[in-house]
Structure formats: C-alpha cells, structure tokens
Design a protein around this ligand. Structure first.
Ligand code: MOS
Length: 750
C-alpha cells in the first residue's frame, strides 16, 4: 500500500487481473457456445435519459399521492385527526379505512395469484405490522401531499407485536409436504465417523433497487393506463382488473424499463389499486412516489431464516448423511416460504438425505422474492457446513466438493441435463490461484492484516415458463419482436435482439424489441432466471416459421428481396407459443389469465441446474476488525450464454450483492414495535465501489442440448448464491472464528 494514511489495505495476494486477462482470452477463443459480447442496444437511451422508467411518463394535469404508514406494529386505528391536514393548501382527499376506496383484492401471488399480500388494503381498521399502508393523501403537489400526510394524526389502540423469531406470540407452521426424505438419515448420521451439527442464521434483507417504487394511474373514460415498475406487466394487469372490478381489456400496464427488479417488483403492489381507485374517484391522473423509507415495509422483502445442517462423512470425505432444516419468517396471514433445502440436497451425493421446513408467522409484512430467493440464504448454511466438515476431515474444501460431485440427482436419481461443477472449480481455482492455499488458520496473515481464503459452491435451478411472442419481418430486412417480457436491467433487450438477428440471419441493428407492455403477447414473469431460456425458445419457433414460409435457410446466405418477391407480400408476421417440457399442455393459454407457470423440465427424465464456484479472499484488520474482500473469482457454467458481456455483468452484480449479504445488509427490527430501525440507505448498508475492488466472473463453456431448445439455463440469480458462505469460510481461515450468522460484522470478531 503506497499511502500509509489509508485506513485499510486491500492489496490482493495475487495479481488476478493479469491472470484473468490471459485466461479470458483463451476461453473466448475456445468457446463457441457464447454469444457476441455486444454492448447493450438500449445503452444510448439509458445514458442520454431517453429510456423512460415508470416515473418518467407524463400525464396531463396529475394529482400527487403520498402513502401514510402505520406507526404501531399491531393493533387498530381508533381515530384519525385530519383537521390540520385538511387545511393544507391544495389537498384533495385523504383516504383510509374510514372512507374506503372502491378497491378490492386479488389472490396472493404465492398462492397462484398476483398480489403481494392476500388481504385488501383499507378493508378494516386493523394494523398488521409496523409500516403498513393505512392512508393515502392526494393533493395538487407532491409537497402538499407530504405536508398533509405529516399533519395527519392516526390514533391507535396498540398491542405488542410478535415481530421476530424470538417473540413469544409467533405461530409455527410445519410444512411436512415440503420435506424430502431419502434413506435413513438418523442411522446414517449416527454411524458416520466424521460429522458436524451446526445452526445458521440469515438476516432480513430489504429491496433497495436504484429505481424507487413510483406509480401513475391515468384514466381516459373507462380505460386505465398504469405506469409502474414491474417484472410482470401481464400479472399486474390481470390482478389489478380483479382488484378494481373491471374488465382487464380496459387496463394497460406499461413499464418498458426497470431500474432493478430483483424480485421486489414481481408481485402486484397494494398501492396500485389504491391510486387507481383514487384517480377514478377524483377524475384526475394520480402519481405516487413511494419514498425509500416507505419501500422498506410497503414492498416485499427477503425474510430471515434459521437453519440447521447435520452432515456426516466417511474418513475419506464421502458424504453419508445430509440433513438441512429451515425456519422462515412470514406474515401472520400469508404462508410465504422459499424452502431452499430443495436445492441444497441436490448438490452432493449422499445416501441419506432429509429436509424439514417450518414457517413462522409473525406481525410483519408478507415476504417475497429476492434474487435467488431460496438458494441465497440456504447456501450460506449448506456451504458453511461443507467447509466445517472439510476442517474436521482435514481435507481441502475444493477437493471435498469435487469428491462429492454427482452426475445424477441425489434425490430423484435422474441425470442432470449437464453439470460442469468440477470444471467451474478447476477454472475458478486456476484463476484465483488456489494452488497457493495453505489450510492452517492464519497462515496467510501479514502484519496487522488477517488474510483468509474461502470457497463455496453456487447453483441455481434451471426454470422455464411458457412464453408467447410475435415477430414481424419486412422486405427491408427489419424485424420487430413483441413480447410482454421485461428488461429489469439484465440486458434482455440486447440478448433478445441477438436471438432474433441470429435466427433470421439479419444484423442486430435491424432488430427492434418491444417489451414491458401488457398489450404485447404475454411473456414470462421476469423472475426465477427464466426469461432468456423461455423467450429465446419461443423466438426460435416463430423464426423457424418465418424462414419456412419465406424459404430461408437458417444460417444460410439468403436473398431476402427475392424471398419476399416470391412470397408476394412486403412483410411477414408470426405468433408463436412455446411450452416448456414438463408444463401442462394449456400452459401458454394460462399466461393470458395472469397465471405463472414455472417448471424445471420433466421431473421423471432429468434435473436441470446451473453451477458455479466462488473463491473469496478476505482481509481483516487485527485491531479494528474491519472486514474487506479485496478479490473474488466466480466461475459459472450455465449452458449457452447469449452475450458474454451482459452475462458477466449479471454474474458480477450477483457477487457484489453477495458481499452485501455476507457483511452488510440487515433490516434491524425493533422487537418491541416491529419497526425497521434502519429504513434508509445510510444505515441499511449495501456494497459500494470501494467494497469491490477486484472481481472476476468466468464463463465456463457448457453445451446443454437437453434443457430447452435455446440451450440456455439462466444466469440472473446464480451469481449471489454461495458468496456469503465463501466469505464466511474465508473469515474462518483468517481468524479461526466460525461465524454462523450473517451479516458478519466487525463486532462479531472482537
Ligand atoms: Mo427473481 S428474485 O425471481 O426476480
């Protein structure tokens, strides 16, 4: 470190940058299954401010709304003193249970519906959690709405909420139908010569995408247009129609750009029907800005978990018994769960496997998706446990994982469509320099810096959804793809452009992609890493039909002008429905009804997962205990990669978030009130540039011709999985302290 005054030294122990450059060039040359690394086709729109996000749409003469959220964790509203609020200039109306809007409810998302929670807002004076939406103020200006909201006094009869695992009033619900049993776990664990039995905890995480939750409702006659950040415009349209009691044909949901979704914009927010109903009531468009603070409780979140792992192995490291149990917090009314053990038990061979899931109903908002919802928390448990048993066995943690690799699903016995975990470890280890690993605790320490290396496996199931698309090609060689899918910042516009260009044999500049509007043919929800595989598979069908009708050859040197001349028309259009293997026959039709179908292929024939290996280095200051991650290498194999550049960005983004998950992010719940005490991004910490100095994501080549016609596994979520364990394992290597609760904070090392 050149500058002695710097407070931390993040100098990595290897010159990974140089190594990675060489390795990347070699990989690019040998990898034919990776699409061109073109820059985002929508990049210029974004950097010039022309990309319109939900809040950017102008409507004529709008009113502005502000949410009022509860300031007790449980109870009921006994009165509302609105005297001062009503004197605020420009106030138009104050809504609450006392003058309920004409809104209803749609079924809960996780129960096959669309809504983020099962209950109807404002239906009753009850308060179910701290920060619940209890009022809506509408005024001529944003500031007027906020001022009036600040003047409003809600009176409550309040009770003590049971808001955290340890509260006495929570209700536990065992979920036996979600458990898995293979072999006789108890005997196998008992007999195993080497074993560990550990408990882990993960903190609640809250969505803090760059784009806030801003929503606009605009009626023209009986037609409603809603501009809302959404990962599922079709579902929002259908759910909102049900809530408002109108024909869905009269609703258009518009969201061409999303400033980060991550699951937080996947289910229909409760405020959408409120502002739509208020707009209908007041006869003016209504714009709502949900503040950063309010987003903490009015949107969904990643709930805290408590987990136990029991893992038994033979002396040679072969796993004999694996049990992973989990408790997940959910709301009082809704039984939301992620059940990540379903993924953890598919990682390694073991004769005896058992899982158990318990949900814990508390006085909190209903949780929901957040990037790799199931795997992110549960792989902290599993992959910490694997590291613990590697220590017990005195085995290299990479070698142990490779030893227990399997080419058939440990539970179902069916083969993986492809599984390149070993290759991920090989390439990741090489780039990271794992051959220099020295297992002794503290063996890498330098002066005041405790240095540790850690590793973990990453995975994400390959999931697919039915999808419909419409493609138009004209004689000038210009193509247009229309699908109510989404680009949540992932690069979907770009990879779908590439797919159409590739299938029709035209340059990418000639392709226009339209996404994010419920009038388009219904596509997938942008969740579960399903979008690319599903969209590209549907695009392939539509393009094949176009080629057939025009007599074009795939990949051939086609004369479009002549083909259209023969065809006799200047343009051609094809609509196609793709239904993934394993889905019900009519699944594409149910897209029109706002139903989500997510399948992982025909379960009796194969299992499909993407895999990865995460290597981390941590440096911990001996005196201040500040924890830094100077470098991290992730190596991922996920079938065909449509675009090496956008894919790498997805992986790196996931890994960055993994640092937050491991070391920074936690919503701190006050057990007395159920309030989030750090409901702002100065106290709810997320990684910034200085936290991620040197990171590389390696695209491990993999050809999968079984998983779906596109050969794509999906990459949106795998990058974060395993990162927390990789870091925690590195912390152990540096310090000898095994921390089984994340985030890991400096005070945990004192
Ligand atoms: Mo992802 S958490 O399914 O948006």
């Amino acid at each position: 470190m050149a500058d002695e005054t710097m407070t931390f030294d993040q100098t990595p122990t290897q010159d990974v940058e140089t190594q990675n450059k060489v390795a990347s060039a070699e990989r690019a040359a040998e990898n034919a299954n990776v699409g061109a690394a073109i820059s985002r086709v929508d990049g210029p729109l974004k950097v010039t401010g022309q990309a319109r996000y939900a809040a950017d749409f102008s409507v004529p003469n709008p009113l502005y709304a502000h949410l009022v959220i509860s300031t007790v964790g449980k109870g009921r509203i006994t009165g509302i003193d609105d005297g001062a609020a009503r004197r605020v200039k420009g106030l138009r109306e104050i809504y609450s249970h006392a003058n309920k809007l004409d809104n209803g409810s749609a079924p809960f998302f996780a129960a096959g519906g669309q809504a983020q929670q099962s209950w109807e807002p404002f239906a009753e004076p009850d308060v179910r959690f701290y920060g619940e939406t209890v009022g809506l103020v509408v005024a001529e200006t944003i500031l007027g709405a906020r001022e009036a909201a600040a003047e409003l006094v809600f009176e409550y009869e309040s009770q003590d909420p049971a808001a955290v695992f340890s509260a006495s009033g929570v209700e536990r619900q065992e979920m036996p139908d979600k458990s898995t049993t293979k072999g006789d776990f108890d005997s196998a664990f008992e007999a195993a010569p080497v074993k560990i039995d550990s408990d882990y905890e993960t903190a609640p995480n809250v969505h803090n995408a760059m784009e806030l939750f801003a929503t606009t409702a605009h009626w023209v006659g009986d037609k409603l247009t809603v501009y809302v950040p959404s990962q599922w415009v079709k579902g929002f349209q259908v759910g909102l129609a049900e809530e408002l009691g109108i024909d869905e044909a009269n609703i258009e949901v518009v969201c061409p750009f999303v400033g980060g979704g991550f699951g937080g914009k996947g289910s229909l927010f409760t405020w959408v029907s409120l502002i739509a109903a208020a707009s209908r009531d007041l006869g003016r468009p209504v714009k709502l800005y949900v503040t950063r603070e309010q987003g903490f409780t009015t949107a969904s979140f990643r709930a805290e978990t408590r987990q136990s792992v029991r893992l038994g192995a033979a002396q040679d490291g072969v796993f004999q018994a694996l049990e992973h149990t989990g408790e997940e917090l959910t709301s009082r009314a809704d039984n939301y769960f992620v059940n990540g053990q379903d993924a953890t038990i598919r990682m390694y061979q073991a004769d005896a496997i058992r899982t158990k899931l318990t949900t814990v109903h508390a006085d909190r908002q209903t949780p929901g998706f957040m990037r790799a919802p199931a795997e992110t928390p549960y792989f902290f448990g599993l992959e910490s446990a694997v590291d613990e048993i590697a220590r017990e066995l005195d085995m290299d943690p990479v070698e142990l994982r490779i030893k227990n690799d399997t080419m058939v699903d440990p539970v179902d016995g069916v083969p993986y469509t492809s599984r390149s975990l070993k290759e991920c470890f090989r390439q990741g280890a090489e780039a990271f320099g794992w051959s220099d690993y020295t297992p002794e605790i503290g063996s890498k320490n330098e002066g005041e810096w405790l240095i540790g290396w850690g590793v973990a496996t990453s995975t994400y199931p390959t999931q697919m959804s039915p999808c419909t698309v419409r493609i138009h090609l004209d004689v000038s060689g210009e193509a247009r793809l229309q699908v109510a899918s989404h680009d949540v910042g992932t690069g979907a516009y770009t990879v779908l452009t590439q797919a159409v260009a590739d299938e029709l044999g035209i340059p990418v500049e000639k392709v226009r992609v339209e996404l994010g509007d419920s009038r388009l043919p219904p596509g997938t929800i942008a969740g579960g890493s399903i979008s690319t595989a599903s969209n590209v598979s549907a695009i392939m069908i539509a393009c094949e039909r176009i080629r057939q009708r025009l007599g074009l050859e795939r990949g051939g040197d086609n004369d479009l002008a002549a083909a259209f001349e023969n065809f006799g028309q200047g343009g051609i259009e094809e609509y196609a429905e793709w239904n993934p293997p394993g889905a019900k026959k009519n699944a594409p039709k149910t897209l029109y009804n706002g139903k989500v179908t997510i399948v992982g292929g025909p379960e009796e024939s194969y299992t499909a997962f993407a895999f990865g290996a995460i290597f981390s280095e941590v440096r911990i200051n001996r005196f201040t205990h500040e924890i830094r991650v100077p470098r991290m290498t992730g190596a991922f194999a996920a079938g065909r990669i449509m675009n090496a550049k956008t894919a790498k960005s997805q992986y790196l983004g996931g890994m960055v978030w993994g640092i937050g998950h491991a070391l920074l992010e936690a919503a701190e719940v006050d057990p007395r009130t159920g309030a989030y005490m750090n409901d702002n991004i100065s106290e709810y910490l997320v990684p910034v540039n200085a936290d991620v100095p040197n990171m590389d994501a390696i695209i491990v080549p993999e050809v999968d011709d079984k998983v779906n016609p596109a050969g794509v596994k999906g990459i949106g979520e795998i990058g974060i999985v395993g990162v927390a364990a990789s870091i925690a394992n590195a912390v152990h290597h540096a310090t000898g302290t095994r921390l089984r609760r994340i985030p890991i904070r400096p005070e945990d090392l004192i």
